[in-house]
Design a protein around this ligand. Structure first.
Ligand code: IMP
Length: 172
């Protein structure tokens, strides 16, 4: 299945470095907990964390959204929870893409119950047009059109995650 490039690898790397600098500016002197939302954020998380100068602890969560047909039902299940206790900590959630906003809204609500000092969101991509639930994104890589994209962690049926760029899957 061919993939048309939307965001080239170099373009992504440049933006990720800018995002890392923005996080450094805000959290200088702190030791935040960076939370990767698996699996889609794997490359973004790794590149972002290594581009930051601020020392950070790294942790991982995996959630799954149940989809009733083509639309999300709004039900989110935790498949892997954090190991680190985030009470009193600065937390940065690292997401691949914010689509309807359902997953992120759920995660923000859940993390707030654990009394962190602050929660910020870094998302590589956002489909603002597709938003159903309003969510704040503090550090955004790219706002993209409402199209299905793959690569740089994003999958279609678990495929294409290892591409170094983001592209649109052509039906052929
Ligand atoms: P939301 O809950 O609708 O915001 O969905 C967020 C999740 O859906 C993301 O973390 C992705 O795993 C997945 N997703 C949304 N749009 C795309 C896409 O275009 N390609 C691949 N996965 C996507």
């Amino acid at each position: 299945m061919p993939v048309d490039t939307m965001l080239a690898a170099e373009q992504i790397q440049k933006r990720v470095h800018e995002m890392a600098q923005a996080i450094d500016r805000e959290l200088a002197g702190e030791t935040p907990v960076l939370v990767a939302i698996l699996k889609g954020s794997v490359h973004f998380f790794s590149d972002l964390a290594r581009a930051m100068e601020t020392d950070a602890e790294l942790d991982f969560m995996q959630v799954s959204s149940y989809h009733g047909g083509k639309s999300s039902t709004g039900v989110v299940q935790i498949r892997k929870d954090l190991d680190i206790n985030v009470e009193g900590r600065h937390v940065v959630i690292v997401e691949d893409i914010v689509d309807t906003g359902t997953t992120l809204a759920y995660l923000l609500e859940l993390l707030e119950t654990r009394h962190p000092k602050s929660v910020r969101v870094a998302a590589l991509l956002s489909k603002t047009e597709a938003r159903v639930t309003a969510v704040k994104v503090d550090y955004l890589g790219f706002d993209i059109a409402n199209e299905f994209v793959v690569g740089y962690g994003l999958d279609y049926d678990e495929r294409f995650r290892n591409l170094p760029y983001v592209g649109i899957l052509r039906d052929e």
